[in-house]
Design a binder for this molecule. Structure first.
Ligand SMILES: [Zn+2]
Length: 158
């Protein structure tokens, strides 16, 4: 069996009056991400990590934001398409570790639901999906609530 690792990072600006989607879950918030898709930074970071691990370039290459097919798209569909691309190369996901960096809202109450969504799409146990949350202690763009960031590391095998 061979193993490959990958890492992904995503950033989005936040704006009042938009829906906040993270990990495939809509989270009550007065601000949401500005994006061509639904702006789910966590799923985007995970897609990028998976694509990187499999040698499939990145999310911007596979799902260009100039393509109207992906306008306002549910990022769960992007993750499903990413998993299908990995499977076409004979890979399956071993585990996913991730961190969301934002000032508010608190996402801890939603993490179990996010893990259920992501593990179902990635075809792994919920226990193999880790989602952590942190703030930047009020520093920088995340601390000023101008935006958020998500980081992911994955292991895949075939
Ligand atoms: Zn994104």
């Amino acid at each position: 069996m061979s193993f490959r690792s990958g890492q992904g990072i995503d950033f989005h600006r936040l704006e009042k009056g938009r829906d906040l989607w993270l990990g495939g879950i809509k989270i009550p918030s007065d601000k949401g991400c500005i994006a061509h898709s639904d702006g789910d930074a966590l799923l985007h970071a995970i897609c990028d990590a998976l694509l990187g691990a499999a040698g499939l370039k990145d999310i911007g290459h596979q799902f260009p934001d100039t393509d109207s097919e992906y306008k306002n798209i549910d990022s769960k569909i992007l993750l499903m398409k990413t998993i299908a691309m990995l499977e076409a190369k004979g890979y399956s996901v071993v585990n996913i570790d991730s961190t969301i960096c934002l000032e508010k809202p608190k996402i801890a109450p939603y993490i179990d639901d996010m893990k259920d969504v992501i593990s179902a799409i990635a075809k792994i146990e919920a226990d193999a999906v880790s989602i952590k949350a942190t703030t930047t202690e009020k520093m920088g763009f995340a601390g000023r609530e101008e935006g958020l960031a998500a980081f992911a590391v994955v292991l895949i095998s075939k």
